[in-house]
Design a protein around this ligand. Structure first.
Ligand code: URA
Length: 198
């Protein structure tokens, strides 16, 4: 079975298991993720917004445009990475995802990571970062890669997490915007180091 088929199965299971039914009912569709199932890097945001909900793809609105621009500065395109969110349905009025919503989707996110086996996971925003680094202080820890072991039902996956600011927040805050763009420039070197260690 190919990786894409396994990712498709995760989407089917979310629907089959009625994960977050209340969210599902008011959303247009599931936004499972987009990009290369063999990618070295997985980007994880918080939850789909309006445009993402309409198109069924993550990061296609204003913050997605900014994300694509930053990717291009490190000579990557969306199709060379994998992009997803913790929560896979748009919360009403773009409210923050609830703790129980993040918890409900976490096993599916970990399955996605297990299929893709990325070298590096880049979390976008503090909600996303705290799923993997519970003690994260984003203003202090952004841009610093951390090795972690993700616990699975069976065994664990060793990976590296790079916590970054969220592009939506950074878009409207000049100093955060520069910090995020500067942190992005660290990605190729971090990836290179991980590759030589492995
Ligand atoms: N913000 C997110 O966190 N995710 C998206 O997919 C779009 C905007």
């Amino acid at each position: 079975v190919g990786k894409q088929a396994l990712l498709d199965q995760i989407a089917a299971d979310i629907i089959q298991d009625n994960v977050c039914q209340d969210l599902a009912k008011q959303a247009t569709q599931l936004v499972i993720g987009d990009g290369d199932p063999d990618a070295d890097i997985v980007f994880i945001g918080e939850a789909p917004g309006k445009q993402e909900d309409e198109q069924g793809l993550p990061f296609v609105g204003a913050s997605g445009k900014f994300l694509s621009e930053m990717l291009s500065t490190i000579h990557l395109t969306r199709s060379q990475v994998y992009i997803t969110n913790i929560v896979k349905y748009r919360p009403p009025q773009n409210r923050d995802p609830l703790p129980e919503e993040k918890k409900a989707f976490l096993p599916f996110l970990i399955r996605q990571i297990d299929v893709i086996q990325p070298k590096l996971i880049v979390t976008l925003g503090r909600h996303s970062g705290m799923q993997f680094l519970p003690d994260l202080i984003i203003s202090k820890d952004h841009g610093q890669p951390k090795r972690i072991a993700l616990r699975m039902e069976q065994g664990s996956i060793k990976t590296v997490i790079l916590p970054l600011y969220h592009p939506a927040a950074a878009l409207y805050n000049g100093s955060q915007r520069q910090v995020l763009m500067d942190d992005f420039q660290l990605i190729p070197e971090i990836l290179k180091k991980i590759t030589t260690i492995k």
